[in-house]
Write a protein that binds this ligand. Structure first.
Ligand SMILES: Nc1ncnc2c1ncn2[C@@H]1O[C@H](COP(=O)(O)OP(=O)(O)OP(=O)(O)O)[C@@H](O)[C@H]1O
Length: 389
């Protein structure tokens, strides 16, 4: 080797990288210098388990390890001739995360062409949306507490790592056959910086979207995930979507009906929010959460109230929710092993194509029900949680 020749020096230098998963240094073999991904041919596709806006998800078997995995085929961005930016974000974020309540992505594999990319993830037997659709009776309160504690655990980890998920909803919560809840679908997730920088306000599926986003706030905080968690808690308790708006205005209306109209006293800066330049909100002076959940304990109502604080700065963080007395009083959260499981329905489910799904609203609006009443008698509405965004 000519040590004065920079090209020669570069070619012969061993390549060492620090693993983002273990923090250990690893030598990169010469043959992998240009990068190396396994081929999707190493996997046997078993069946399709889900389809979202950005990808189709298959249950598959890794023929090398014999493990069952989920393979998510990333959709192409037809205009830009490559992988959609949401897919790249999802890869980037998931590679850096390790927590029992966050779906684990083990690797990226490639298809025949370079544009065909698949994420290999741990396989989860069900997602909460289809579980809710297939259960004859609502979740019991111990089961709801078990799910929520796990969701808050995952959120605490995400937020401590400066990640905002930005699309929390029941169809993005997966569950293993051991009852372990995993937050999935990081296509809209973003790393945030302090001070917060402006981001696009049209994130988060409408029914789970926080009022500050609906009113055009330019900065996003972890509080938008906490609002979505409140909507998920309400949905699990009631066994139907809590705030199923048909449009942004209708969504705001439903929020006002449930919580009353905000003002600058409870939410400093409220009247300066961009959307309020165009319209005035109706006046509704009452908080109707107690009326909506008459059977819920005071600490359950308190948890909902701290998740539904209008002012994002006052909204509870995940850690505060975990400490909430609701989880310490009777009935206590159940053991994850006692969560219901219907793995077979996922093998049967037929998914419609995303373009067919747009704008479809098959479910009855919540307006038909004045209050959820005792959750053991709630009529089960067939839901279509994936359709609204
Ligand atoms: N690891 C997994 N194990 C089992 N099923 C999964 C897994 N990941 C996703 N799914 C299934 O595939 C569906 C779609 O996946 P995902 O939400 O990641 O796709 P998406 O295109 O990003 O969806 P969206 O339209 O909600 O943004 C999920 O609702 C779930 O049913």
């Amino acid at each position: 080797m000519d040590i004065d020749d920079p090209k020669s020096r570069l070619e012969n230098k061993p390549h060492r990288f620090m693993s983002i998963l273990t923090g250990e240094w690893v030598d990169l073999p010469e043959s992998d210098r240009l990068g190396k991904c396994r081929s999707v041919g190493d996997f046997e596709k078993l069946n399709r388990v889900g389809e979202g806006t950005y990808g189709i998800v298959y249950r598959a078997r890794d023929t090398e390890s014999n493990k069952i995995v989920a393979l998510k085929k990333m959709r192409l961005d037809t205009q830009k001739d490559g992988i959609h930016v949401t897919g790249l974000r999802e890869i980037n974020i998931l590679l850096n995360l390790r927590h029992e309540n966050i779906v684990h992505m083990s690797e990226v594999v490639v298809g025949k062409s370079l544009e065909s990319i698949f994420l290999v993830m741990e396989y989860c037997e069900q997602d909460l949306a289809s579980l809710l659709d297939n259960m004859a009776a609502p979740f019991s309160e111990p089961q709801v507490k078990c799910i929520m504690l796990q969701l808050f655990g995952g959120l605490q980890y995400l937020h401590e790592n400066f990640i905002i998920h930005r699309d929390l909803k029941v169809s993005n919560l997966l569950m293993t056959d051991k009852g372990c809840v995993k937050i999935a679908d990081f296509g809209l997730a973003r790393k945030y910086e302090l001070p917060h920088r402006p981001m696009t306000p049209t994130v988060v599926t409408l029914w789970y979207r926080a009022p500050e986003l609906l009113l055009g706030a330019k900065t996003h905080t972890t509080a938008i995930d906490m609002w979505s968690a409140g909507c998920i808690l309400g949905e699990l308790l009631a066994h139907r979507p809590l705030l199923p708006g048909r449009s942004e205005l209708h969504q705001l209306d439903l929020i006002l009906d449930m919580l009353g109209t905000p003002n600058d006293t409870i939410w400093p800066g409220f009247s300066k929010l961009p959307a309020l330049e165009n319209f005035t909100l109706k006046k509704q002076p009452y908080n109707n959460l107690r009326h909506t959940f008459p059977w819920l304990s005071d600490s359950g109502i308190k948890l909902l109230n701290i998740l539904f604080m209008y002012d994002p700065n006052k909204r509870a963080c995940a850690e505060a929710c975990i400490q909430c007395s609701y989880f310490k009083e009777q009935p206590r959260p159940c053991d994850p092993e006692f969560m219901p499981s219907f793995p077979q329905h996922r093998l049967k489910r037929k998914q419609s194509k995303p373009e067919e799904k747009k704008g479809k609203e098959k479910r009855k609006s919540l307006d038909t029900f004045k209050s959820f009443g005792d959750n053991s008698n709630v009529p089960v509405l067939k839901r279509n949680r994936r359709d609204i965004s």
